[in-house]
Design a protein around this ligand. Structure first.
Ligand SMILES: [Zn+2]
Length: 114
């Protein structure tokens, strides 16, 4: 296998725990507190800031605690810094929230009329 195409190995459970503990189980994108409730704890994950698919390394400097929704929103995009990634994720979340508010607003209006 060529060196260039080699992906970093996925994190072991232990390695993931270390990152979550370092970041105190707080999503580094939206700030969700993984220690606040059991449900929150279930959606915590570790994000490769530069994705594994883009040859991001398994290095603590490239790893952050992230809730799964933020992790999914970020996807395999590449950013020049964690701040840039954070801006993208937060903007996307705001966009999704607007859509959701419009949709639920419409549905609630409809069901009120029915
Ligand atoms: Zn989050």
């Amino acid at each position: 296998m060529a060196m260039l195409s080699r992906k970093a190995k996925p994190l072991t459970l232990e390695e993931g725990e270390k990152i979550l503990e370092r970041d105190r189980y707080k999503c580094q994108y939206c700030g969700l507190d993984g220690l606040a409730t059991f449900e929150n704890s279930l959606i915590m994950s570790v994000d490769f800031v530069t994705p594994r698919a883009r040859r991001g390394r398994k290095d603590p400097q490239n790893l952050v605690a992230a809730c799964r929704p933020c992790n999914v929103i970020k996807g395999s995009r590449v950013f020049s810094s964690l701040d840039e990634a954070k801006n993208f994720v937060l903007n996307k979340r705001a966009e999704l929230r607007k859509k959701w508010e419009n949709k639920t607003g419409t549905l609630q209006t409809r069901s009120a009329k029915a």
